[in-house]
Design a protein around this ligand. Structure first.
Ligand code: GLA
Length: 447
């Protein structure tokens, strides 16, 4: 082993495949870091994206999810600065270099600028520190094919947020529990504009090789319960990117958060203790349904006392489909619990059925599918090699995940690509999920 290779032994642990390519990726990034910021010490952090096997839009309702950390990730090279400036560069030229002062009130950069995730992390870390903050020189490395595909429902923005958070917290000596780190990262994404849950940050931090992670998104005494669940031997999770880009920073996502909150507001009359839909998970749906209107105006809901003021893009004349949205959350939590049981029993047939049922609920009740995803779903459902499939992530595009027989995965990938290209003209990226470990500091070296 050469001296250079010794620096990169961690690659063998993290990446199951194409380690030589990864080594080149890291080496090039180090060279670029040196040319941008000069010689000296560099810390390398990494945070994976995720595919969610089942449990969609349940996290912000304090429900159940079952994501898997991917070997597609965001890497951040970092060095502390003597001042409190954050200097941000990216190996991809389309992301412009920028810098800003870390204060308690950092202005958002316009037009969903990529630096907003770093701004959010920096501002919220600053709030948590009782001493002056150290700035940093950062280089972000998330290019294809190694990075998390963007706008694909695989949590590229959360992996960026987590990698930057780990860099800034490490350089500033801030150590938080997983729940505290997750909270800091969620605050950073709220700063950007998404009223999302904690799933993406949690799995990025806590993912385990060859495992899915069952996560209960209800905090108990300041922490979360999670449990790694081995992925089924002999089966793959094939990920198919529809190429239709989705954006969480927009109406669709936040309106659904609002519909769930409206459901909580309305159920309070019967269940005064309820704070999240999770609180009525053990109540049969038939009992809940009569209390939830099919549709209701935001102005009426707020007049009745539901607090929706902090939800961006929500207007008083918006109509929320309260019943269907709450029904999805209720049934999805049941499916996640069924999935754990099926996985422990090695019952892949049952697991597949639950995935396909989750797709229908996401499509019909949560209304987060789109024509391209439906094309993919109808094709996948007809394949003998597929036990079940569903859209994954927030929806409105992004990826499908299919549970497929391992010996047929490659052939399935080719077939679905050919079909989709013929139907839409889009070349769908496909890859088999390699469940990887969670985020962290990989190494510190000198360039
Ligand atoms: C996005 C959010 C998550 C979660 C999913 C939907 O990825 O960031 O918190 O709500 O959508 O399950």
């Amino acid at each position: 082993m050469s001296a250079a290779d010794k620096h990169f032994v961690f690659l063998n642990t993290i990446y199951s495949q194409q380690v030589a390519g990864q080594r080149e990726r890291y080496q090039q990034a180090l060279q670029l870091f040196r040319s941008l910021y000069g010689e000296g010490e560099v810390h390398i952090f990494r945070a994976p994206g995720r595919v969610n096997l089942i449990g969609e839009h349940t996290d912000y309702n304090h429900g159940f999810v079952m994501p898997v950390a991917l070997d597609r990730d965001t890497v951040v090279l970092a060095r502390a600065r003597a001042d409190s400036q954050l200097h941000l560069s990216n190996v991809e030229a389309e992301f412009e270099i920028c810098q800003f002062e870390i204060t308690e009130n950092i202005p958002l950069a316009p037009n969903n600028h990529w630096s907003n995730y770093a701004r959010g992390v920096a501002q919220h870390l600053k709030h948590r520190l009782s001493r002056p903050i150290k700035g940093a020189d950062l280089l972000v490395v998330a290019e294809a094919p190694w990075g998390v595909p963007r706008g694909a429902g695989l949590s590229s923005s959360s992996s960026l947020t987590i990698a930057i958070m780990l860099a800034l917290t490490e350089l500033n000596g801030w150590t938080g529990s997983t729940a505290e780190q997750v909270q800091l990262a969620s605050d950073a994404e709220w700063y950007v504009g998404t009223r999302g849950g904690i799933m993406d940050h949690y799995i990025s931090l806590e993912g385990q090789k060859n495992h899915a992670l069952f996560l209960d998104c209800r905090p108990v005494a300041g922490s979360y319960q999670s449990q790694p669940i081995p992925l089924s031997e002999g089966y793959d999770l094939l990920i198919i990117n529809s190429g239709v880009k989705h954006q969480n920073v927009g109406g669709g996502y936040n309106w659904r958060v609002a519909a769930c909150r409206a459901g909580v507001g309305l159920l309070k009359a019967q269940f005064p203790e309820i704070t999240h839909l999770r609180d009525v998970q053990s109540v049969p749906w038939e009992v809940l349904e009569p209390h939830l209107p099919e549709k209701q105006l935001v102005s009426e809901l707020t007049a009745q006392g539901t607090d929706l003021d902090d939800i961006p893009t929500l207007v008083p004349e918006a109509v929320l489909e309260v019943r269907a949205k709450c029904r999805h959350v209720h049934s999805e939590n049941e499916r996640v619990q069924g999935a754990i049981e099926a996985m422990y029993q090695g019952n892949v047939t049952r697991l597949g059925q639950l995935l396909s049922a989750a797709h229908l609920s996401a499509r019909d009740d949560y209304d987060i599918s789109c024509a391209e995803l439906e094309l993919l779903q109808s094709f996948l459902q007809k394949q003998e090699a597929v036990l079940g499939s569903r859209l994954t992530g927030a929806g409105w595009g992004g990826c499908m995940v299919a549970l497929s027989k391992r010996e047929s995965s490659q052939e399935l990938a080719r077939a679905v690509q050919a079909y989709y290209h013929e139907a839409t003209g889009i070349v769908a990226e496909t890859f088999v999920c390699q469940a990887s470990q969670g985020a962290g500091l990989l190494t510190t070296l000198t360039v």
